[in-house]
Ligand binder design. Structure first.
Ligand SMILES: [Mn+2]
Length: 308
């Protein structure tokens, strides 16, 4: 310390930070500044955010394992779900599969919401019975070697989507696939979110959830599509599920994002969100770490109706 001019301290600058109590880090910083009052104090956060947002190969390998374990959990669920299972029973199947594959557990509190519960964005009660005819929205993923993955899939309780459910499902999938292609080096995240909004607007028109008039009279700060899709499409992923990153700089190769559009229709007791994790490439479309996890509606129906 006698020879150092600058001291970099680890303040928590995560946009979602929340702690009612003083952390150990907070106490350490106080002690440091009391014992060495003449040093210059700087923050490590901007440096760490930069380092953490671009993944090394070793990190991507671990994130791929996390995603693969998540996929195993999903396949187990496809075999398990039938009418009248309870949401917490599905949660139990998933943690069983995660633990036996050496995951430390859920990367975040899982959401298992059937029917109208799927429209409650942060539904974590997971305490209702899944009824035939409903769709279950499941947002769950494994953590592995301190790295998070982040998945959302929606499946029909009885193994078969209705025509309407499938139409909404395919709209969300279309938006997800088109959005993913926009994640190339140079993209600005705020412009990306505007483009995704346009993609979603078209789907909602086709589904007759909004009409031309709704768009004509919309509030530019809260466009018409937000009535059915009210959250962001992508966030950084890494050591945290909602990881730190440089939100206002053009994105770069090696960054990992979720892509997770959704359509929520409380009046129909239906909420669909589909989410994969992708790595931005130097050239071309991003690499999908979850490309092996079933997502096509027909494929999911097939798997649910195949006895193994
Ligand atoms: Mn997510």
């Amino acid at each position: 310390m006698a020879q150092a001019e600058n001291v970099y301290i680890n303040t928590n600058e995560h946009t979602r930070r929340y702690s009612e109590t003083e952390t150990r880090e907070d106490r350490f910083i106080k002690r440091l500044q009391k014992d060495f009052p003449a040093h210059t104090y700087k923050k490590s956060a901007p440096i760490m955010h930069r380092i953490r947002s671009i993944k090394e190969k070793e990190e991507l390998d671990l994130m791929q394992i996390a995603c693969d374990i998540t996929g195993k959990g999903f396949k187990r669920v496809l075999d398990f779900v039938k009418p009248n299972v309870w949401e917490y029973e599905i949660e139990a199947e998933i943690i069983h599969e995660f633990t036996r594959n050496r995951s430390k557990g859920f990367a975040y509190t899982p959401i298992i919401g059937s029917g109208k519960n799927a429209c409650v964005l942060h539904y974590i009660e997971n305490n209702q019975q899944c009824k035939s005819g409903d769709v279950i929205l499941m947002d769950f993923a494994a953590e592995y070697a301190n790295y998070a993955s982040d998945l959302t899939r929606c499946i029909p309780v009885n193994g078969k989507f209705t025509k309407r459910q499938k139409a909404v499902y395919n709209s969300v999938l279309k938006v997800k696939n088109a959005s993913t292609k926009l994640l190339v080096p140079g993209t600005l995240m705020n412009e990306y979110h505007i483009e995704v909004g346009k993609l979603m607007e078209k789907e909602l028109l086709d589904l007759k959830l909004i009409d031309k008039n709704d768009i004509k009279k919309q509030d530019p700060n809260w466009p018409a599509y937000k009535k059915y899709f009210m959250h962001g499409t992508s966030h950084f992923l890494g050591l945290d599920t909602h990881d730190v990153g440089l939100w206002t700089e053009p994105i770069k190769a090696g960054m990992v994002f979720t892509v997770e559009p959704g359509i929520y229709i409380p009046a129909e007791g239906l909420g669909i969100r589909l989410e994969d994790d992708v790595v931005v490439q130097k050239k071309g479309a991003p690499f999908n770490l979850m490309k092996n996890i079933p997502i096509e509606a027909d494929h999911i129906e097939d798997l649910m109706n195949t006895k193994r």
